[in-house]
Design a protein around this ligand. Structure first.
Ligand code: GLP
Length: 243
């Protein structure tokens, strides 16, 4: 728990940089990083870019897998997660574009796209560190309330609450928000060797309370982290208001 969002983001960014450095990745043994979108990781991405520019970390041998992507909007839509990631992180660092993996929300065969994504994660050696955010309804990636805790990458219908929460990025017009997404499953995240979740602000306090103090519950999918051997929640003071 850190005083504010800036301090929490700095903690998480430092932690990730330290992990990459300790790992000392090489082309035949890259560091595999899972990444989220949303406003919560923005501070972390900003600091990672600064640290790259200051020569503190290289992403040359880092492979990334994003958590999720909307279905039914073009890849270059301003609100696609593809656009988000290139805008906020990838274009500012020395990552090899071939090492970047983001689900294709327009794949003609969505199921096949999801299966191939799971295979690509396996082929990369599994995810070393999955950075995650949390939705107001406790979702991790787009694993909405009711998602199986054994779920893997698949198409998912978004909960009404999520569509409503994300409408702020779509001119506050709920009709413009995609209703479906491709998302890694809860089990895909749980298979990562380590998970770091960033939770910021009072808006997330009720969900954080359910996920940390409630039982492991498929209605609050971040709560699955209680069963992970190496998981950490990094949060600010406002996020812990209900604990
Ligand atoms: C979306 C993403 C989640 C993210 C959540 C919270 O639903 N699929 O991965 O955690 O938004 O977003 P924010 O950080 O903007 O509150």
């Amino acid at each position: 728990i850190r005083d504010d969002a800036e301090a929490a983001s700095a903690y998480a960014a430092n932690y990730i940089v330290q992990r990459i450095k300790e790992f000392a990745p090489i082309p035949s043994n890259p560091f595999v990083l899972g990444l989220p979108t949303g406003s919560s990781p923005l501070g972390i991405y900003r600091i990672l870019v600064d640290k790259f520019k200051a020569g503190e970390v290289s992403f040359e041998n880092v492979v990334t897998f994003n958590m999720d992507e909307y279905m039914g909007i073009p890849r270059d839509h301003p609100q696609s997660y593809h656009t988000f990631m290139w805008h906020h992180l990838f274009r500012h660092i020395n990552i090899n574009p071939q090492n970047v993996h983001i689900l294709n929300g327009n794949a003609p065969d969505a199921e096949a796209e999801c299966l191939a994504y799971e295979s690509a994660i396996l082929a990369a050696g599994g995810i070393d560190l999955f950075l995650a955010g949390i939705g107001e309804d406790g979702h991790i990636a787009f694993n909405e309330p009711g998602s199986s805790l054994a779920s893997r990458t698949r198409p998912k219908t978004l909960a009404y609450d999520t569509v409503l929460a994300n409408s702020r990025f779509f001119d506050s017009d709920i009709d413009k928000v995609p209703r479906m997404a491709l998302t890694v499953g809860v089990q895909t995240v749980m298979d990562a060797r380590e998970v770091v979740a960033i939770v910021l602000g009072a808006r997330k306090a009720p969900a954080l309370q359910k996920c940390v103090e409630g039982g492991v519950n498929h209605m609050w999918t971040l709560s699955a982290l209680q069963l992970h051997p190496h998981a950490m929640i990094v949060c600010d003071d406002d996020a812990v208001l209900e604990l």
